[in-house]
Design a protein around this ligand. Structure first.
Ligand SMILES: CC(C)(COP(=O)(O)OP(=O)(O)OC[C@H]1O[C@@H](n2cnc3c(N)ncnc32)[C@H](O)[C@@H]1OP(=O)(O)O)[C@@H](O)C(=O)NCCC(=O)NCCS
Length: 166
């Protein structure tokens, strides 16, 4: 498996992969593949990485995020998908770690996301309940510091992601 940046030829495969990965998820409203396209159209797709093994089997998006009490450049992780029949085999972790490494090189302060701690804490994310997001239960608000210090305050994700969580 290799991890590489997306090319225009990957857009449809990323859409299909994201659609199919989220389809069985009870929390999903089916918006995630469109969110990737909207981030791209808005110029907010800072990093779009695919995992490839003959074909595309995983994808992760990173976009700029603002934190009211955070210093430096923060990014949001998501959507992230691994092919439905290949989950829990490390694809998501490899995508996340590759992206975080690239963000570190870019000088990012860190990365935030909302999601299942059982998935993201093993990847290195943590939760100190100092971040808020739109009234969400804080246990689902996770961060990792790269070049900065732990952030405090309300997160504002890129616009396409905010539409997911109005
Ligand atoms: C979430 C997702 C991208 C993770 O990718 P993955 O390749 O399956 O993840 P990994 O194999 O790298 O596993 C990372 C950790 O998450 C855990 N994990 C993965 N899927 C999980 C699930 N559905 N429920 C609970 N834990 C899960 C793994 O057990 C692992 O933890 P461990 O190291 O303690 O065993 C993938 O499962 C997926 O596409 N899910 C559907 C779409 C989705 O839910 N996206 C994220 C929305 S927040």
């Amino acid at each position: 498996m290799i991890i590489r940046a997306e090319t225009p030829a990957d857009h449809q495969a990323i859409y299909n992969l994201t659609r199919d990965a989220f389809a069985p998820m009870s929390f999903s409203d089916g918006s995630e593949p469109g969110i990737v396209n909207q981030l791209r159209a808005d110029g907010d797709l800072t990093l779009s990485l695919v995992a490839e093994q003959k074909e595309i089997i995983g994808h992760v998006a990173f976009s700029p995020a603002k934190i009211s009490g955070g210093e430096g450049a923060w990014y949001g992780l998501g959507p992230i998908s691994a092919r439905a029949d290949m989950q829990k085999q490390g694809i998501g972790t490899k995508l996340a770690h590759t992206g975080l490494g690239l963000l570190r090189e870019l000088g990012a302060a860190g990365c935030v996301l909302t999601g299942n701690p059982d998935v993201y804490c093993p990847m290195g994310f943590s939760n100190d309940h100092a971040l808020t997001y739109s009234g969400l239960n804080p246990k689902y608000i996770l961060f990792i510091t790269l070049n900065g210090t732990a952030p405090k305050g309300e997160i504002n994700f890129a616009e396409a992601l905010e539409e997911e969580h109005p």
